[in-house]
Structure formats: C-alpha cells, structure tokens
Design a protein around this ligand. Structure first.
Ligand SMILES: Cc1cc2nc3c(=O)[nH]c(=O)nc-3n(C[C@H](O)[C@H](O)[C@H](O)COP(=O)(O)OP(=O)(O)OC[C@H]3O[C@@H](n4cnc5c(N)ncnc54)[C@H](O)[C@@H]3O)c2cc1C
Length: 691
C-alpha cells in the first residue's frame, strides 16, 4: 500500500482547479413586482445548486433536450467541491474481483433501518451506471490492468464497495460534471441564492411555479436586495445539506441546504432524526474528516486544559494500551459515532471521551509525532502488541515505521500534504479536532424518481432524505448521482406542465421576505446563527436526553415566533440572502427537534448518530474507571426500523407523522416481453408509490 508516486501526480489529485464559468447570462426582463423592478426569467427546469448532484441532474436534463438553467449561491462551494476525508469514497457495485449482487447491496444500504427498500435498490442498481458515466466524463477512478475498479472497505460496508480518486473525489466529480455542463452550454447563474419556492393552486392542484432568488448582479436602486424571479415547469432542489445547523461541524462554511425553503413551501421532510457525526477538524480552520489512515496510523490523542495541563484521557476509558490503540485505529473504518459502539469498549467510546473533554472545556489534539501513551499500570504501546486486525492491516500496508507520522507518510502522503496546503503542518505540530456534524441522512421526502410532495418539485443529493439510520461510506455521493439521473429521466419523459407566469405568487414571496427584513429588529443574523448552532450542538448532537431535547424544541419554537414577530435586522443590503438563510436554519432546527422529540416520546431509542441517554435505559457504557451512569442509554426499539418520521409545516405549525418504509419485492423477476411495453410507453414513470 506504500504510495510511491511522483509528487506531480499527487498534486493533480489534491489541488483540483475548477473550470472558469462563462460570463453570466442576463438577469432577465425587468418587471414591476411588489413595487420593485425585478428581473424575471423562464426555464423549463430550474436546478438549484451546482454540487455533484445538481450538476448531474442538469447535465442529464440537457442531454434529454430539456431547457434547463442552473442557479447557485456559489459555483464551486458546497460539500462536493469543498469537503473531504483522507479518502473520499464513492459507493459502487463495480469491483475488481468477484462482482456484486444488487439485492445484497441494497440490503447493505438500508441495513440501519428507516429506509425505503425501493430507494435502496434504486441506489444499488443505479450505482454501476453512475460510476461508469462519471468515468466516461473523465473521472479518474482507479482500475487494475484488466479494467476492474479498485475497491476497499469503508463505514457500514462489510464487502468493500468503496472506491476513490483520493481525498478530492467529490471535487473531481464536480469538475468533470461542470465541464460537461459548460460543453452543453447550460445557462449558469452564479451568486444567486434561492430564498422562496413559488407554488400555485390549492390542495391536490398545487404545483410548482418557480422560485424567488437573490442575485448579486440584479441589485439596483429600484431593486436594492437584488431579487430575481424564475418561472419554471419543474424545479430540482440540489442545495446540499444543512451544514450551518451545528456549531461543531465539518461541513465547509456557508452550507445552508434547502430544508427551510422546503418547509415554507409546505413540502414534506423525512428522517430528520438521522445524521452522521464523527471526528474531524472544524470549519473555522480547515474542515476535514479524520478517518481512514489518519487514525489507522494510531496517533497519540490527548487533551489540554486552560492552564496547559495535558491529559491522556483515553486511558480512563480503555483497559489496556492495546485496546486503546485498537479503538483509535478502528475509527478509520468505523468513523461515524454509533451508540452501540460505546458498549464493550468499542470505538465510539473514543467519540464519547472526546465529546466529554470538549464539554469540560479542554481542547483535544492528535499528535502524529507520538505513539499512544500507555494506560497506567499496563505495558507501553508497541507495534508488536496489537489486535490481530490492526496488526494484519499495518503489516499488509508495510506500515511498521516507528512513529505515526512515518506510517502516515508511508501509507498516505497526500493526507499530510492536504493540511500543509491549508497552513497546518501535522508533521510538525499536533492537530486540534472535535466530534462534528458531517452529514444529514434525512431531508426532503422523495419517491423513487426524486419527486417531492409538491408536484413539479424534485430533490436530489443531500437535499433529499433518501438515507436511513446508517449509510455505507460513499452512499451519499452515489445517491446524488443516481437520483440526479433519475429525476432528469422523469422530467424529460413526462409531458411538461405549462410554465405559469402570473405575478401574484412572486409578489407574495417578495412581500414575505421584505416583512422578515426589519432594520430595527434586535435579532441579527449572527445572533440567530449562534443561538441555533449552540442549541443543536449542545442538545441534539451525539448525546441527547428527553428533557434537553424537549427544552431545546421549546426554545427553537420561541425563536421562530420571535423571528415572525420582529423580523431579522440587516447590517448591509447585500446581507439579505444570508439573513433569509439564517431564518431557514432556525426553521430547520425546529423541524429536527420536533422530529427528535416525537421519536423520543414514542419510545425511540439509540441508533445511528445519537444515543438517547435515560436513567432507565438498558445499555450502559463501561470504561476502565467503571460504568458511566450519566450516559446510560436506551436501546433502539426495532419497531422504529420499519418507519420514518415525516415533518411538514402547515400554516406556520410543524406537524409530525410516521409512515412505513416503502417495500421492495426481492423475489420479483423482470420479464422482457411483459415489461418492455411499460418502458416504451413511459408507464414506468407513473408507477411510483407516493413519497
Ligand atoms: C467532511 C466531509 C466528508 C465527506 N465524505 C464523503 C465521502 O467520502 N463519501 C460520500 O459519499 N459522501 C461524503 N460526504 C457527504 C457528501 O460530500 C455530500 O453529501 C455531497 O457532496 C452533497 O452533494 P450535493 O450536490 O447534494 O450538495 P453540495 O455539494 O453541498 O452542493 C450544494 C450546492 O447548492 C448550492 N446552494 C446551497 N444553497 C443554495 C441556495 N439557497 N440557493 C442556491 N444555491 C444553493 C451550493 O452553492 C452548492 O453549489 C462528506 C461530507 C463532508 C462534510
């Protein structure tokens, strides 16, 4: 596994430059709306977001002849373009050796429960095509001499279905898809932020009509905030995940997603209780996951208090030095926190310990120039005393160098290089890190074509709530590619609705935004950010209690009531989009908390990202210093694996309901002569159970 590759080749995989955008298209015909002169534009389909998912949808739409326009708050912003871990992973059914079985893969994708079985199959069976088409566009996925894709094992993946182009896999995906979007001359409106979905009609007749955006180059004296109206027949939300929801977050800066946008439009959200948290460096510096080889080198992890005293705190949790070292190592492929892994001296005790150090006001570091300091009374760390899986891995990798930094340099020099590029030299100094929010598994509820509950509106990528309680590493990128393609197929194959251009909804939307922007409000966007993020990180992170979640929900509701009553103060006119996005985060926070509160009140136990701590819980994490009664937690109630919680906002009030997972008949066999007609007539596009 030693990487003996010229630096120039490594550089290309690390420093991924992005294509230059064509000059922006005109903002649209200025029209008198709500007392302003607002540019109005039409598109057959409008895609919101230019991450890997949005670009995939746009490219697939254009190839099918749909008149598509992309808008994005930041062309190469978002998680696909800007985040990573030591190896970014793409989940795929392709493999170098024994091939794969889509049904087995689908079972693995939904193994954590609370996931639609048809969606899992769609993602599994679509993964080969998603990957092959990325390769066709030039994504340099590694192959062997005979064309088999190289693969490895990752989180929640027993088989090894992961592949990677290195730490910038998703950025490279954006790059090849963006180049294709430009080749196809898809209109691309950068620095354009969606602030309100326009929908028209009532009840079952309600359909998407377009979008209100704030666009930097539309600002003018008669339109000071830069409103822009887009009328479209279909809308694809590909705005990514809600990175700004948590203070402790490894998302890049400025990721707001579209949960608040969707809530305001009355669109159903699902599985908001499910997220991923794990160790990484925060976005205040260089946000990056510390998984894979970073931890498989077994660096020393310690904390420092305000007086500079150092603590070998993991020695309080693990009984022997060997056990401590093995669990640091296992964070490599058991990266996300999982409640049950706090038991039996498992690897999530590492997350718990780090979280507790942070709560005690100590900073936690990873030092690659020191091996783990031994557990008092036990033998010191030695590469000759390792658990069998650890010894086998390091042995196979030829990584028996004396220091973690040497092992890292040997196994994955890019990992060192990456931090160096952001002015952090992990070869010279310890690295501060924490347990952070990294992914939201839930999101906008969609059917197997990516359709949301609002006709005409689709959601793909992290915006969509397609994942269950757990997801194999790489399943996020795969889901975005598969659903981006499927949404495009559905849109292109369905008779397009007439684009409705009446001004009533746009006027109402602009009036609504203007009512929120109140110069004299005591609520600033920064105050909103701090309140929401602290509440979510402190009470809705990896450790929750029923009381704290209920209290946090009450406070979140109060905050939203205050925003509705007083509006949000604006420092400068060009802050309007950010202010609305902070408002959307406050709505999203209430939605997550109401789902979590409902789940806990209905006997919901610990699963996936969160431990539900409860003095009556049956599970008790044990440590070298004895059991942690304060962190006794509830077991998962298996009933909840079969259903998902749906949140929707009706007249300003959030409602929660449960719905069963959609099934998938594993025994059903396709029969060409019988099923071909459905494909030829387009009947397959109508055969979707509601989301
Ligand atoms: C540190 C880290 C490591 C990860 N590693 C992996 C991994 O190894 N494998 C994996 O599968 N997944 C991984 N993920 C998750 C994965 O990267 C994301 O789920 C995925 O990139 C999301 O892609 P997307 O296209 O849906 O959204 P994004 O890439 O976030 O794109 C969103 C786009 O929407 C735009 N946008 C946002 N809001 C608005 C708005 N209101 N108006 C207009 N535009 C808007 C943004 O500018 C951006 O262009 C990781 C995530 C993180 C944070």
């Amino acid at each position: 596994m030693s990487i003996d590759v010229p630096q120039q080749i490594l550089d290309v995989l690390t420093d991924v430059d992005m294509p230059r955008l064509a000059p922006a298209a005109a903002a649209g015909k200025p029209t008198a709306i709500a007392g302003l002169r607002v540019p109005v534009q039409r598109a057959g389909c409008l895609v919101v977001g230019s991450g890997a998912a949005g670009l995939r949808a746009a490219v697939e739409l254009k190839r099918r002849g749909v008149d598509v326009t992309i808008i994005s708050q930041s062309a190469w912003g978002g998680t696909s373009a800007c985040s990573g871990s030591d190896k970014q992973t793409l989940h795929t059914a392709n493999s170098a050796d024994q091939g794969d079985n889509y049904i087995a893969m689908a079972r693995a994708i939904r193994a954590g429960g609370a996931m639609d079985a048809d969606t899992a199959y769609v993602e599994a069976v679509g993964s080969s095509r998603a990957m092959a088409s990325l390769q066709f566009l030039g994504l340099p996925l590694p192959q062997n001499r005979l064309g088999g894709t190289l693969r490895y094992q990752t989180d929640h993946d027993e088989v090894g279905r992961a592949t990677s182009c290195g730490p910038r896999t998703s950025r490279l995906m954006v790059k090849v898809l963006a180049a294709e979007a430009m080749r196809l001359e898809i209109p691309f409106h950068n620095q354009t932020t969606a602030v309100s979905i326009l929908a028209t009609g009532q009840g079952d007749a309600r359909v998407v009509q377009g979008l209100l955006a704030i666009r930097a180059d539309a600002r003018a004296d008669d339109n000071p905030h830069g409103f822009a109206v887009y009328h479209c027949a279909t809308l694809v939300l590909a705005a990514g995940g809600p990175g700004e929801l948590y203070r402790d977050s490894v998302y890049p800066n400025g990721c707001f997603g579209s949960l608040g946008l969707a809530l305001e439009a009355g669109i159903d959200l699902v599985n908001l209780t499910e997220s991923q948290f794990g160790i990484g460096t925060r976005r205040e510096g260089f946000p990056w996951n510390l998984s894979g080889t970073y931890v498989q080198t077994i660096p020393h992890i310690y904390s420092v208090d305000a007086k500079g005293n150092e603590y070998n705190f993991l020695a309080d949790y693990y009984r022997t030095t060997q056990e401590l070292a093995a669990n640091v190592f296992r964070k490599g492929y058991q990266w996300p926190f999982h409640a049950t892994r706090m038991l039996d001296f498992g690897s999530s005790l590492v997350d718990l310990a780090i979280f507790r150090e942070g709560s005690a006001g100590r900073r936690v570091f990873m030092d690659f120039n020191r091996n783990p300091v031994g557990v008092p009374g036990d033998q010191p760390f030695s590469l000759d005393r390792l658990d069998a899986d650890v010894a086998a891995y390091l042995g196979n990798a030829g990584a028996r160098q004396p220091m973690p930094i040497d092992r890292l340099r040997h196994m994955n020099p890019l990992a060192i290089e990456l931090y160096r590029r952001y002015k952090v030299d992990i070869a010279a100094e310890p690295l501060a890190f924490a347990v952070n929010h990294q992914h939201m598994n839930g999101g906008i509820a969609v059917d197997v074509w990516g359709r949301s509950s609002l006709p005409g509106c689709y959601a793909v990528g992290e915006a969509a709530g397609t994942h269950g309680v757990t997801r194999p590493g790489g399943a996020a990128l795969n889901a975005g590619q598969v659903f981006g393609t499927r949404a495009a197929e559905h849109i292109a194959s369905t008779p397009s609705a007439k684009i409705q251009t009446n001004k009533t909804t746009a006027t109402k939307a602009i009036d609504g935004v203007m009512a929120l922007l109140q110069p004299d409000s005591p609520l600033t966007p920064q105050a909103l950010r701090d309140a929401v993020q602290a509440r979510m990180s402190d009470h809705a992170g990896i450790l929750c209690t029923p009381e704290a979640v209920a209290r946090a929900l009450t406070e979140a509701r109060q905050l939203n009531a205050e925003i509705a009553a007083k509006g949000i103060a604006l420092g400068r006119t060009n802050d309007a989009a950010r202010a609305i996005q902070r408002h959307h985060m406050a709505l999203a926070s209430e939605a997550v908390l109401i789902a979590l509160d409902h789940y806990i009140r209905h006997g919901g136990g610990s699963r996936g990202a969160r431990a539900i701590c409860d003095p009556a819980g049956a599970s008790l994490p044990d440590t070298a210093r004895g059991p942690l009664e304060d962190y006794r937690f509830r077991k998962e109630n298996p009933v909840h694996k079969d259903e998902q919680l749906v949140v929707r906002m009706v007249d300003g009030t959030m409602q929660v309901s449960a719905r069963p997972n959609r099934p998938f008949d594993e025994a059903a066999k396709s029969f060409f002569e019988r099923d071909w007609a459905d494909w030829l007539t387009g009947a397959i596009y109508g055969q979707s159970a509601p989301c």
